[in-house]
Ligand binder design. Structure first.
Ligand code: NAD
Length: 379
């Protein structure tokens, strides 16, 4: 690939959850140099932290508007900006950077509303810039391998996908006053949905990604199991894909004992596949009437895309930061125009997720009625 690209990030300050994964991911393969940032809601903390990470003083910005203006004025401006701030700010920041001609990688959820999602898709198209969304689980090598297996027909026609993203980290009712937990169930801060918008959308994207198909309709049941929560901490969503497959999606924050909790099963007419994020190297494959085989990352016969995105030897898991790094590998290729495979998640995927979240909220309020899950612009 051609020379190193310049990269900056908004959000992801000291102590943030996702900041380290982006810094590791962007820099892991040497495609991006970390040269600019507005890292924190507190301008002074953000400037100091950026400099402690090696960013030059004049590019360690106090806020994103200052960063946008500063970078626009430079010849060696950033090639890509990552937006890793809290959800409600994604739309405004992403739109502004796209309109100013920067490529953007936005954290999920891309926007709070479907209308904003459609606006980002339009702005990205008009600007001709890349707008990617960090559905990073789709970039695990063995997830790419499953997608390739489904695409080449190894499972036959797909009948059923079962996905869950359920953990137990908000199960303690005594956390009601914990500010790190409370905001997630408060509509004023989190929007229309709690766990479905936070984690359910990853499972939803993963299912669509592996199937190479989109959700057409859904029916949802939401529950707030911990007393006092306005938004859901548990959801079961039934799906129908455009190609006819049935989907079952469970997402929860009260499943005590489950840790990360993202896993997926795909069943076709000729076989089935299983994968779990906590054991990312192995895919379990069973053919109709056959035995279960374990397909291991790094062994012969892995799809080209899975092999391209693997770095370490067989038997060594490539974990979460390197899945994020794979998004940056794809983005670097796309920016250089050097034959990107185009599989990184895009603004249209961010939009589809928001439409599905809003559809699920509406369905749950309406006793689980079946509703159209597609955004108006894609119907
Ligand atoms: P966090 O609260 O841990 O950190 C947010 C950071 O953004 C903090 O450093 C804060 O100071 C900074 N910030 C807030 N407002 C800002 C502003 N206006 N300008 C600059 N910096 C600002 O949050 P987090 O858990 O890291 O989540 C951030 C985003 O990443 C969320 O949208 C979340 O949904 C997403 N996320 C994605 C994944 C994933 O798997 N893709 C995982 C975790 C979080």
């Amino acid at each position: 690939m051609a020379g190193k690209l310049n990269w900056g990030i908004v959000g992801g300050g000291e102590g943030s959850q996702i900041g380290p994964a982006h810094r590791l991911g962007a820099q892991a393969d040497g495609h991006f140099a970390f040269v600019a940032g507005a890292l924190d809601a507190d301008p002074e903390k953000g400037r100091a932290y950026a400099q402690s990470l090696g960013v030059a003083e004049d590019r360690a910005y106090g806020d994103w508007r200052e960063m946008l203006a500063g970078e626009q004025a430079r010849e060696d401006r950033i090639d890509l900006v990552t937006v890793a701030t809290p959800n409600a700010t994604h739309f405004e920041i992403t739109k502004a950077f796209l309109e100013a001609g920067f490529h953007v990688l936005c954290e999920k959820p891309m926007t709070m509303t479907v209308e904003e999602g459609e606006e980002i898709v339009r702005v990205a198209e008009k600007s001709g810039r890349i707008c990617a969304v960090n559905y990073c689980y789709s970039a695990y090598p063995m997830v790419r391998h499953m997608r390739a297996m489904v695409a080449r027909g190894d499972l036959g026609k797909i009948r059923l996908v079962v996905a869950s993203f359920s953990h137990g980290h908000h199960a303690d009712a005594r956390d009601q006053d914990n500010p790190r937990v409370r905001w997630r169930y408060d509509p004023a801060q989190a929007g229309v949905s709690g766990q479905m918008a936070d984690c359910g959308i990853h499972a939803l994207h993963l299912a669509s990604f592996i199937l190479g198909d989109e959700v057409a309709r859904l029916s949802a049941d939401f529950a707030s199991c911990v007393p006092g929560r306005e938004l859901e901490d548990d959801a079961m969503v039934n799906l129908r894909f455009e190609g006819g497959a049935v989907g079952r999606l469970w997402t929860s924050t009260i499943a005590i004992g489950r840790q990360h909790g993202l896993d997926i099963q795909i069943y076709g007419e000729e076989g089935g596949l299983r994968w779990a994020q906590e054991q990312p190297n192995q895919v379990y494959h069973q053919t109709l009437g056959g035995r279960t085989e374990i397909i291991e990352k790094g062994e012969a016969g892995i799809s080209e895309d899975a092999a391209r995105l693997s770095r370490v030897v067989i038997g060594s898991p490539e974990g979460f930061p390197l899945a994020v790094a794979n998004i940056y590998v794809d983005l670097a290729q796309a920016i250089h125009g050097g034959g990107a495979d185009g599989l990184y998640p895009k603004a249209v995927d961010g939009l589809r997720s928001m439409a599905a979240v809003h559809a699920a909220v509406g369905s749950a309020k309406d006793g689980g009625a079946w509703v159209d899950a597609r955004p108006p612009m894609l119907r």
